[in-house]
Design a protein. Structure first.
Length: 116
């Protein structure tokens, strides 16, 4: 009886692992995200990511500062509301803009600025 329950538990764990890949597996998958220039006169966008475990915002570990209007590869499991951006002046002559949390999705039929 205990062997049968253990076998069922292993089968379920295996099925769940296949249906819900770990973050390690998902980390390999990337999506291209466009960071629009908008009204950013300085041409530089600062990016932060939300760390769920500590509930804090930190500088993006791969590209904390990008050119406005550029496209960057992002980890696919990161929720779009776990990114925030603001326009900054790398020379410090202007105050940074307010943070904008989340990345807007574009309709499929619209031309992507990230297309090759």
């Amino acid at each position: 009886m205990h062997v049968r329950r253990a076998s069922i538990a292993i089968l379920l764990a295996t099925a769940c692992a296949a249906a819900f890949p770990s973050r390690a597996d998902q980390a390999e998958e990337r999506v291209l995200v466009h960071y629009p220039a908008g009204a950013c006169e300085t041409g530089q966008i600062q990016i932060e990511v939300f760390v769920r475990e500590t509930a804090t915002w930190i500088a993006h570990p791969e590209h904390p500062l990008v050119e406005a209007g550029s496209c960057q590869l992002e980890i696919s499991y990161r929720l779009l509301n776990e990114l925030r951006i603001r326009c900054v002046d790398p020379d410090g002559r202007r105050e940074p803009s307010e943070w904008v949390t989340g990345v807007a999705l574009r309709p499929r039929e619209s031309a992507s600025p990230c297309a090759p």
